[in-house]
Design a protein around this ligand. Structure first.
Ligand code: EPS
Length: 389
């Protein structure tokens, strides 16, 4: 792995931290680039009350000098404004685990005597730092013309229809919508669904699409299982709280198609190899093929519901109902920048693995020299040879 990042911090602790290690020197970086995505993560219809308390802004405390990365680990900190209300407070014991959350598995695994430590670290509040680190990765990819964007494709039973809309326009339209859906008609229906769910004291999930454009051919590899690009993408996406499924391209639809209708035929346009479709979603053999990367992720309705759910109180040793503090009703729109961040991290790492370099100046000429899917770049010997001698 060329690029690494770790996060630390609790949902109601003093602050959240990330260290992003491996970004080359010479990338201009100011907090505003990160703050823009942090603000996006805070917006979306169906969010809970916490987002009115927090004004997530980043402090860059390492790896950037005079507005440019130095090649050293980038250290990022975001304060939790809500912490002052929690510091020194006597909190109620939490002994009734929420089904679907980390409360029970956390207590069994770590032997907690109260469920709060599991809640505090498993909380999606941690995604603040993924977005912060991911914003740096996105900005790094932008230097090579690579763009990562996303939007909401469905919420509950409402599925949007925007097949004819180009990707860049989808991203733009999504940002104008408080449910991050590029199709205004469906966006209204999604809003109605969320409103119903808020009144019903429940939660709602959905499907998100994350797209990467202008990627070179050749990121990832088939030579080893852990180097396959879609495997790394799936891992990163599945690591996000409440994401329970991931698909690359038409994966599930392809499972119903016959072979000759499931792939993207290769044809020649002048000297370039072209595709009429992108059912593969931008990877073949674990390697990027130059087509847009298309990822779909399924987010479950989150586990914290205002409506009580059956559980067991571990202190009373009896059947009980879940207790509610505060949470989102539908965090799907807010998850767009989080998944973009994870995709950007994987792609930035794959690009660094492919061309390396300690500075942006070293990388740029290497990037320009990458082989493309053209006849000129693919000379074949075209002579018989003896196999395995
Ligand atoms: C938050 C995400 C959710 C919020 C959290 C802030 O996390 P969780 O996975 O725990 O539901 O509910 O805020 C709170 C826990 C709170 O005190 O309201 C986020 O994305 O910042």
């Amino acid at each position: 792995m060329s690029l690494r990042f770790l996060t630390a911090g609790e949902s109601h602790g003093p602050s959240l931290t990330a260290i992003l290690d491996g970004i080359p020197a010479g990338l201009p970086l100011i907090p505003d680039i990160i703050n823009k995505d942090l603000a996006r993560r805070q917006q979306g219809y169906g969010s809970g009350g916490r987002m009115k308390i927090e004004k997530d802004t980043v402090q860059i405390t390492g790896g950037v000098m005079a507005g440019e990365t130095t090649g050293a680990p980038i250290a990022l900190i975001v304060q939790n404004d809500d912490h002052v209300k929690w510091k020194g407070k006597e909190v109620e014991p939490m002994t009734a685990p929420r089904p679907g959350h980390a409360d029970l598995t956390g207590a069994v695994k770590y032997g907690y005597k109260d469920l709060r430590p599991a809640l505090e670290r498993a909380s999606a509040r941690e995604t603040t730092m993924r977005v912060a680190a991911g914003a740096v990765c996105k900005h790094f990819l932008n230097q090579f013309g690579i763009v990562v964007g996303g939007y909401v494709a469905s919420i509950g039973e409402v599925t949007a229809n925007f097949n004819d809309v180009p990707y860049e326009e989808r991203f733009q339209r999504a940002e104008e919508s408080d449910v991050r859906c590029p199709d205004p008609k469906s966006a209204q229906l999604m809003r109605d669904e969320i409103e119903k769910i808020i009144h019903g004291k429940n939660t709602l999930g959905g499907i998100l699409e994350i797209i990467a454009l202008n990627l070179p051919v050749g990121l990832g590899s088939f030579v080893q299982w852990d180097r396959r690009l879609e495997a790394k993408l799936a891992h990163a996406i599945m690591s996000v709280q409440a994401i329970k499924g991931v698909e690359v391209g038409d994966a599930f639809e392809n499972a119903r198609r016959i072979g000759t209708q499931a792939h993207d035929s290769i044809n020649l346009q002048h000297d370039n190899l072209q595709r009429a479709t992108n059912r593969a979603g931008g990877t073949e053999g674990g390697v990027s093929n130059g087509q847009p990367i298309i990822i779909r992720a399924a987010m479950k309705p989150i586990a914290t519901t205002l409506l009580p759910q059956p559980t067991v109180d571990l202190a009373l040793k009896a059947d009980a109902s879940t207790k509610y503090e505060r949470s989102d009703f539908c965090p799907v729109p807010r998850a767009v920048p989080i998944l973009e961040a994870m995709v950007a991290f994987v792609l930035a790492d794959a690009l660094l693995e492919k061309i390396g370099g300690d500075s942006l100046n070293e990388m740029k000429p290497r990037f320009e020299m990458l082989r493309k899917a053209t006849l000129d770049d693919l000379p074949m010997d075209n002579i018989p040879h003896i196999f395995w001698e």
